[in-house]
Design a protein around this ligand. Structure first.
Ligand code: GLC
Length: 405
């Protein structure tokens, strides 16, 4: 990629993100897409901040600052950062809370803060965020580590960020659902969460959706590593606490979730109390690399799978492998390419020094946006874009481009 290309991409991404910026109550954030996603979403804002760091450091910090404003302050869920913030206070009908949702999303805040800090060092911003991010992790330990095994449990598919993935069908009591059925089930589940006060123990005992998702836990391992770096930068004596926590999560994911099925290594989502039921193979297993959750013996099998036709489609990486009976490249989360997921995978590959394949996924991700604009998601075979064409997080391809070694 030449310098000129990088400049062109920077301007395209700047144009997209600036068009989606919202100001509210003295804060600034970026909506995921006009009309369709007007609120603030947790992991989206982290991807936005990572993108902004290449052209607007002040906005990158503001995006993260706004994201922690709706952290829960009192009650059983104190410390949780909600997956959606309703700056116009119009969330009550769904959640029973005006300004926020009652569930979370993949914790990428410390990771994003550290990446922004590398580019635009800001001790004051780190110091402001740190206690809030610590409280968020304490909330995970208190409310979601149900078995003391360092793996947190999700109580709604929305928490995974992979809303309608076939991974969740069985745990949602669905079989080959239509998009409408799957959506209705997710909305009905919110009622159940409200009835149980979002108590994960109670929900699991009642047979409700309660899943230990390995990719979510891997992202949390990376979050703890980033908290260790932030603690060090702030001269706090807590670095080893976070390193130990990250190592414990990595060990748990590696040994409990990443296991073979026939000739494939599969990242198992562990369902319910007995953890015997699990989900089908998916690209979640590649996200494990992001959190350092694969051992050196496991990495070759993951790479073989990633390079195979199952996953290395013309536009990789489909979230469901294309030989799966439920693969559907055009339907929301049933087998599409999502550039935010690609970002996690590419960074994971680089962590393990697998640069050639990371470069190739980067190249094809850029080609996809070139052909199909900043769509929300794409068909991994035809490259056709779906969902809004001005989806903010698809601009994260800029970070992929900028971080090619
Ligand atoms: C969809 C995605 C979710 C994302 C949100 C906003 O709900 O499934 O992961 O955070 O849109 O872009």
């Amino acid at each position: 990629m030449t310098q000129v290309d990088a400049q062109v991409w920077t301007e395209r991404c700047r144009h997209l993100l600036e068009g989606n910026q919202i100001r509210s109550d003295g804060f600034r954030y970026t909506r995921p897409a006009p009309h369709v996603y007007e609120y603030q979403w947790l992991w989206d804002s982290c991807f936005h901040a990572v993108t902004y760091r290449w052209f607007d450091g002040a906005m990158a910090w503001d995006e993260l600052r706004s994201l922690v404003q709706h952290q829960v302050v009192g009650g059983a869920d104190a410390g949780m950062i909600p997956h959606m913030a309703y700056w116009q206070a119009d969330g009550a009908a769904l959640w029973g809370e005006a300004t926020r949702s009652i569930i979370t999303q993949p914790p990428l805040l410390a990771t994003a803060a550290w990446l922004v800090h590398e580019q635009h060092p800001n001790q004051a911003a780190l110091a402001e965020l740190y206690p809030r991010l610590v409280a968020y992790q304490d909330w995970f330990d208190r409310r979601r580590d149900l078995d003391g095994d360092d793996l947190v449990t999700l109580i709604h598919p929305w928490e995974s960020g992979w809303d309608a993935s076939p991974r969740w069908d069985a745990a949602m009591g669905l079989q080959n659902p239509t998009a409408a059925q799957s959506k209705a089930a997710r909305h009905a589940l919110v009622e159940r969460l409200r009835e149980h006060g979002c108590d994960a123990h109670a929900l699991r005992a009642a047979g409700s959706f309660a899943v230990k998702a390995p990719d979510f836990n891997a992202i949390r391992a990376a979050e703890c590593e980033a908290l260790g770096r932030i603690a060090q930068a702030l001269n706090l004596a807590e670095t080893s606490r976070w390193q130990q926590k990250a190592a414990a999560i990595q060990h748990a994911v590696q040994t409990k979730c990443l296991r073979p099925v026939a000739d494939q290594l599969v990242a198992h989502d562990l369902f319910g109390q007995d953890e015997t039921a699990t989900s089908p193979d998916s690209a979640a297993k590649f996200v494990l690399l992001f959190g350092g959750c694969a051992s050196s013996e496991q990495v070759p099998a993951l790479l073989t799978a990633l390079r195979s036709d199952r996953y290395f489609t013309p536009y990789p990486v489909p979230t469901t492998p294309q030989d799966s009976p439920v693969f559907d490249g055009d339907t929301y989360w049933r087998g599409n390419v999502w550039l935010a997921v690609n970002w996690l995978i590419v960074r994971g590959l680089r962590r393990y020094h697998e640069h050639a394949i990371a470069d190739e996924i980067t190249r094809r991700s850029l080609e996809l946006v070139d052909r199909a604009h900043f769509h929300e998601y794409f068909n991994p075979v035809t490259g056709q874009g779906h969902g809004p064409a001005q989806q903010s997080w698809s601009a994260v391809v800029l970070d992929l481009l900028k971080t090619v070694p």
